[in-house]
Design a protein around this ligand. Sequence first.
Ligand code: ATP
Ligand code: BUA
Length: 362
Amino acid sequence: MWKKERMKKAYKVLVINPGATSTKIALYEDEKVLLSDNIRHATEDLSAYKEVIEQLPYRLQLILDRLSKGKIAMSSIDAVVGRGGLLKPLQGGTYRVNAKMLQDLKQALRGEHASNLGALLAYHMALPLKKEAYIVDPVSVDELNPLARLSGWPELPRTSLSHVLNSKAVARKVAAAKGKKYEEMQLIVVHLGTGISVSAHQKGQIIDVNNAMEEGPFSIDRTGTLPARALVQLCYSGKYEEKDLLAKMSRSAGLFAYLGTKDLQEVERRIIDGDEEAELVFKSMLYQTAKEIGAMATVLSGQVEAIVFTGGMAHSDLVIQTLRERVSFIAPTVVYAGEMEMEALAFGALRVLRGEEEALVY
Ligand SMILES: Nc1ncnc2c1ncn2[C@@H]1O[C@H](COP(=O)(O)OP(=O)(O)OP(=O)(O)O)[C@@H](O)[C@H]1O
Ligand SMILES: CCCC(=O)O
């Protein structure tokens, strides 16, 4: 038995997670982190690119620079895994990157989003190494209850785009801490990143969630649900091209549109300095988030075992305290600040490398 363990191959997996304001990278050897880095992108650097896809060479070079600075032997890498983007609706799991997936991402099939770069970055890193590239639980995983799909306009059904990877990883941690299986729990997971996803988890499925690209609370750089009639009028005003409007909705709206920054810590400093507008926008974003949590509590018929706060903004005591004041009556709250996406990506690729799971075909 001991001999068998000793013979087991250790796998090295490079993980790449492009977010709206950062590119996180990590190198895992099995479950162990050998290197971890968060490359922050200044708003001025990213605003030079009209479309997300145009950022590919810029982000690729930064990753290569960091790996070379960390003296990483590229030839030792067994696989590269990236965060999955706005693909077609899919079941959860680990997918091998293929030509069809890359094509859909390049065409921004379902819209512009930083995660669209995940598979592309993984592919371009893996190609010269002659290794496979993967994605895990992309944002387009769609497990909505049929009741949640109707919008009231048959041509415009609701669809699911959310922080699935982190929300499920965190939900599994909460379940494990309670000595239960994820599939047995009823949870609301509130991912507070640059985008905000409030998801209702039942029997291991996200049965409802605000589409984080276009519904629910406004977030750091995105609109939430918009007044539809006014939006239609704006579309026909001749003021904007379709592409510009879509980019504006998902990259330069939300808190950023009001305050000119995507850095919540700066907003908190402004509030301390007495900036009333900063306080209003901050409170409004959290008021709308709390309202969405209330809605998801009704999706679970009030049977909520915990409300879980996660994502970058969950590091902020002020954010958590403000939300707790409105939603603690629903269920106990738990905080898992930051995200576990890197771990979830690495483990998804490891399961395939070890033959514990088949890679799914896109
Ligand atoms: N310690 C902290 N206190 C307050 N705000 C924070 C803290 N850490 C991060 N944030 C804020 O959280 C927000 C999201 O940052 P994060 O790096 O998690 O985003 P991202 O990974 O780009 O987005 P997403 O999770 O949507 O993919 C930013 O506005 C950031 O300023
Ligand atoms: C589209 C879901 C993920 C995000 O908002 O970043």
